[in-house]
Design a protein around this ligand. Structure first.
Ligand code: NAD
Ligand code: IPM
Ligand code: MN
Length: 358
């Protein structure tokens, strides 16, 4: 049965990288590997400019009616002066919340061909394969109270609140445990339980939940140490599970282990298996419009979409193999360029992946 995909390209490099991912989707559609219908909609700054709202109601409705959403990126300096409720980022957060996409999977895998592209020594990152499971609809991103208020003294006070309920922690930990059961069976829960009560509770809930997974080896780490360990000896990690904000920060850090933030895809899933798929990077305003952005994170996000929402694991594998093949051919966008390789632009990289699909 045909599956519905909603494409929301967004801002900055969003449309450039999504165009390459679309080529891959269309090639798989054309050769009969997948049966999809594709629609697009506005989000972020592009939606604000067109409709005065970073998440128009039609976009949310179309997303709810889809099996999967493919997103480029949102945001940029143009919209920074707007009130926070109108900023592009609010559109993305609204889509995540509106679809209930609480489980964000961010796999940091080093393609061996890119060992030289990492800023770390090749032996530190060789064979790297970490899955970061980030809670995505709770925590300090959504906690109340929040806002900026003016005190009687005239001074302003800014407030954000870290909030988790036990059930929110329990369900994200179980997602991490289920994933770990299909991998190395090791989960590191990252918190700040020495200082923050909310994450003290997080740790207790994780310990309770793991009782249902006797084969899982659960460890705990404070987030400051985890950031350091990711750079010191990243291969000690198999699956990491953490809060919304810690996961945001640690996944950018993990991305660099793989050579570039332009390599890291993600899947954001709800309880019904519906998902949104996006690279973990942003709209990269510094390189937008130049045709030099790396489209591989977005293309690999399509592979995650095929695996998690479209029940097409074989097609997903073909995409991942094609990416590996273009790296074997020595093609590199600027962010992963190294000596002796051939530098290509966004479109040439996308075309090469399509050509390598076998
Ligand atoms: P960013 O991820 O956009 O860029 C950080 C750096 O990485 C930049 O130097 C950029 O050129 C580079 N980079 C990112 N993606 C790349 C790619 N595919 N190929 C090559 N280089 C790439 O982060 P930022 O600069 O902090 O944020 C810019 C804007 O993006 C902000 O408005 C921010 O809110 C937004 N943002 C959006 C998302 C999202 O839509 N999911 C994620 C992060 C940031
Ligand atoms: C990400 C981004 C977003 C986040 C922003 C743009 C809302 O940084 O997807 O990693 O913080 O979740
Ligand atoms: Mn981020």
């Amino acid at each position: 049965m045909s599956k519905k995909i909603l494409v929301v390209a967004g801002d900055g490099i969003g449309p450039e990288i999504v165009a390459e991912a679309m080529k891959v989707l269309q090639a798989l559609q054309a050769d009969g590997s997948i049966d999809v219908s594709i629609e697009d909609a506005l989000i972020g700054g592009a939606a604000y400019d067109a409709a005065g709202d970073p998440l128009p109601a039609e976009t949310l409705e179309a997303a709810k009616a889809s099996d999967a959403v493919l997103l480029g990126a949102v945001g940029g300096p143009k919209w920074e002066p707007l009130h926070i409720s109108k900023r592009p980022e609010k559109g993305l957060l609204g889509l995540r919340a509106g679809l209930g996409l609480f489980a964000n999977l961010r796999p940091a895998i080093l393609y061996p061909q890119l060992a030289d592209a990492s800023t770390l020594k090749p032996e530190v990152v060789a064979g790297l394969d970490i899955m970061i499971v980030r809670e995505l609809t709770g925590g300090i991103y959504f906690g109340q109270p929040r806002g900026i208020e003016t005190l009687p003294s005239g001074e302003r006070k800014g407030v954000n609140t870290l909030v988790y309920t036990e059930s929110e922690v329990d369900r994200i930990c179980r997602v991490a445990f289920d994933i770990a059961m299909k991998r190395g069976k090791k989960v590191c829960s990252v918190d700040k339980a020495n200082v923050l009560e909310c994450t003290e509770m997080w740790r207790e809930v994780a310990v309770k939940a793991v009782a249902d997974y006797p084969e899982i080896e659960l460890s705990h780490m404070y987030v400051d140490n985890a950031a350091m360990q990711l750079v010191r000896a990243p291969k000690q990690f198999d699956v990491m599970v953490t809060t919304n904000m810690f996961g945001d920060i640690l996944s950018d850090c993990a991305a660099m282990l793989t050579g570039s933030i332009g390599m890291l895809p993600s899947a954001s899933l709800n309880a019904d298996g519906q998902g949104m798929y996006e690279p973990i990077h942003g709209s990269a305003p510094d390189i937008a419009g130049r045709g030099v952005a790396n489209p591989l994170a977005t293309i690999l996000s399509v592979a995650m979409m095929l695996r998690y929402s479209l029940d097409a694991p074989a097609a997903a594998e073909r995409i991942e193999k094609a990416v590996s093949q273009v790296l074997d051919q020595g093609l590199r966008t600027a962010d992963i360029m190294s000596e002796g390789m051939r530098q290509v632009g966004t479109a040439e990289m996308g075309d090469a992946v399509v050509a390598a699909l076998t």
